[in-house]
Structure formats: C-alpha cells, structure tokens
Design a protein around this ligand. Structure first.
Ligand code: UT7
Length: 328
C-alpha cells in the first residue's frame, strides 16, 4: 500500500506597503540604527496603515498560494489561520478568509500559538491529510503585530513587523512532503511574552487602554536563551524521527525572531550560514507569518529544489515551539 504524505503544492506572501525604518524609530524612542542592527539584524519592518486589517494580507497571500497550487478555492477542505492579531474576537479570522476566498467547503478556524502558529498549522494539516479526512489544506500565518506594539517601549517596538504567508498542502504518494513534525508548549512561561489586557481577565476599558495593557510585554533576554535551546532541540528531534542528521539539511528556515537567535541555533545544530535563510533585515519579526513568508521567498529565489531536505523551526509566546522536516 502506498504511503500518503502531505506536501506543499503552492505558497504565497503579502505585506503592507508601509515601511518603518530604524531611522524613524530613532526619532520615536531612545535607540539607534547601530543598536538595532547589531542586537537584532533588523533594518526595517512593514507596518500596516490605519484601516488595514489582518485578513486582507492573509487573503492576498492565500490567493497566490492557491493559484500556484493550481486548485480551486472550493477544493480546500481545511483552512487554518495562525494569528495572535485576529481581525476581531468573533468569528475566527479563518472564517473571514474563507468567505473572501470562496473556500466554502472548508472547515476554517484560528490557531493562537504565536510565532509557532504556522508550524502548529502544518502539523495539523499533515495529520488530516494523512488520515484521509482532508484532500487540500490551506495554512496561513498572518499578523498585524504593530497594532499591539507600544512605541514607547524600545525593547519591543524595534522588533515586530506585519505580514502574511500561506501554503496549500495536498496528498502526495511519492517521497515528497512532510517527513516529521513536533510541536510543544509550556504555559508556565506565559508572562515572558504576553498582552495582559483586552480579554476576559482584564476587560478592555478606557483605563486599560490608557495604561497600555493591550500592548505586548516581553522579557526578551529570558526568551532569547529558551528560544535557542528549544529550536535546536526540537530540530534534532524531527531529524532523528525521520532518520536524518543536520548535515543532510539543504535549507534551514528558522522563525525570524532575531538574527542572533538564528545564528546561535544554526551554530548549535552545526548548519553553516549558506544553508540558513534569513530575511529579518527587511521584515523584522512577523510572528506566525515569518516562516511562510521566508519559505515563499526561498522558492521564488530558487533556493529550494526538488529532493531537498527542508527544516523549519519556531519558538514564540506561550511559550510554544516546534519543527517540521520535509522533502521538497
Ligand atoms: O518571536 C519569538 C519571541 N521573541 C523573541 O524570541 C525575542 C528574543 N529576544 C530578543 O530578541 C532580544 O532579547 C531583544 C532584541 C529584545 C533585546 O536584546 P538584548 O541583547 O537581549 O538586550 P537586553 O534586553 O539584554 O538589554 C541590554 C541593554 C539594556 O540597557 P542596560 O540595562 O544594559 O543599560 C536595554 O535597556 O539594551 C537596552 N536596550 C536598548 N538600547 C537601545 C533594549 N532595547 C534597546 C533599543 N535600543 N531598542
């Protein structure tokens, strides 16, 4: 009996036209282009204009992915939107994307796993396709993080940016596709990166808004160390699960959190920099959108070819982390 893998059939990306440069941030908080570049590797990030919202970019990225996968939106039976910056609380952004795309046969919902959301989505889509329940899945990571950034807090406002990336997955009967996945979380570290207000615990009021309780608070330094260790460990796990070593990886796409995190993880895994993709300079950290945007760029640049072993790894608020290994 042939084994069914879930393979990526098409990808897409989209982001706001607006750009926020380090030079502009220098005028907003006490920081410098030098500090931001040397401590994070970020030069600019995309920033949505007033009136723009998450699903707009998710829909644009998804349309591209669907077109490249050469399927019809009605062929999608599972639609997963990974986001921590939904259009609204109810309904899910997934349902709003579904309606815009005309993916009327899909079960659509959101995953809130922060920067690991896209890999959580790939993991679920993979299992649904393997089980035969789903023929085509759309996984989209989309964020407008800049809405939750406090532009008085220099430790967070220099990092985050906006965007969306999408992938369509379908069944593959050959070697192509997802080989192994692992996802984890540890809620004991919830307060390392969180938005305290705006939900049912601290309801949004004029006062909580004035106090900035809806903004992201981050203990960046503590997260940094856990991020490096978790991404390296989970990458080793998916490699071992599939019977490979880091040496076999042709392309490594880590979540774009900070260039120093990327370098430390690659160094820990002993994957030399030529095989590691980074676009953080141009996008900053776009949370769940970072890996699918990077993957789409790699495909466009011809950095990934048939037969290549591709490793994706992420870490984010929750805390959450995960990795996906696939044969392209
Ligand atoms: O997306 C996944 C989840 N997020 C992450 O994984 C983020 C991980 N963390 C990071 O990327 C880094 O920790 C940051 C970029 C957030 C901060 O870099 P750092 O090298 O860890 O800096 P730090 O927090 O240890 O702060 C060092 C110094 C402090 O000054 P003092 O106390 O030494 O005088 C900060 O106040 O740098 C200062 N600082 C800044 N200085 C200029 C913090 N932010 C800035 C800034 N400009 N933007």
């Amino acid at each position: 009996m042939s084994k069914t893998n879930a393979a990526i059939l098409g990808t897409g990306r989209s982001y706001p036209e607006g750009i926020l440069t380090n030079a502009e941030l220098e005028r907003m908080v006490e920081t410098s282009d030098d500090w931001i570049m040397s401590r994070t590797g970020i030069k600019q990030r995309h920033k949505a204009a007033d009136g723009e919202y998450t699903s707009q970019f998710a829909v644009a990225a998804s349309r591209q992915a669907i077109e490249r996968a050469r399927i019809d939106p009605a062929d999608i039976d599972l639609l997963i939107c990974a986001t921590v910056t939904p259009d609204q609380i109810l309904p899910s952004t997934g349902c709003l994307i579904q309606a815009e795309l005309g993916a009327h046969r899909a079960a659509a919902f959101d995953i809130a796993a922060a920067c690991s959301g896209f890999l959580y989505g790939l993991t679920l889509a993979n299992q649904m396709i393997r089980s035969g329940q789903t023929r085509h899945a759309l996984v989209v990571g989309a964020e407008i993080l800049t809405r939750y950034v406090d532009y008085n807090d220099r430790s967070t406002c220099v990092i985050f940016g906006d965007g969306a990336g999408a992938a369509v997955l379908g069944a593959s009967e050959d070697e192509r596709g997802i080989l192994s996945t692992r996802i984890y979380s540890d809620g004991r570290y919830a307060e390392q990166l969180f938005s305290p207000g705006g939900g049912t615990r601290i309801q949004p009021t004029a006062e909580t808004l004035a106090q900035g309780l809806h903004f992201y608070k981050m203990r960046g330094n503590e997260l940094f160390k856990v991020a490096v260790r978790s991404m390296a460990d989970v990458s080793r796990e998916v490699l071992e699960d599939a019977g490979y070593k880091a040496d076999d990886v042709r392309l490594f796409i880590p979540h774009q959190a900070n260039q120093r995190i990327t370098d430390a993880v690659a160094n820990n895994l002993k994957v030399e920099s030529e095989r590691v993709y980074s676009n953080i300079e141009m996008h900053g950290n776009t949370s769940s959108a970072s890996i699918p945007i990077a993957l789409d760029e790699c495909i466009e640049m011809g950095k990934v070819n048939e037969g290549d072993l591709v490793l994706l790894a992420s870490f984010g608020g929750g805390v959450t982390w995960g990795a996906v290994l696939m044969r392209w």
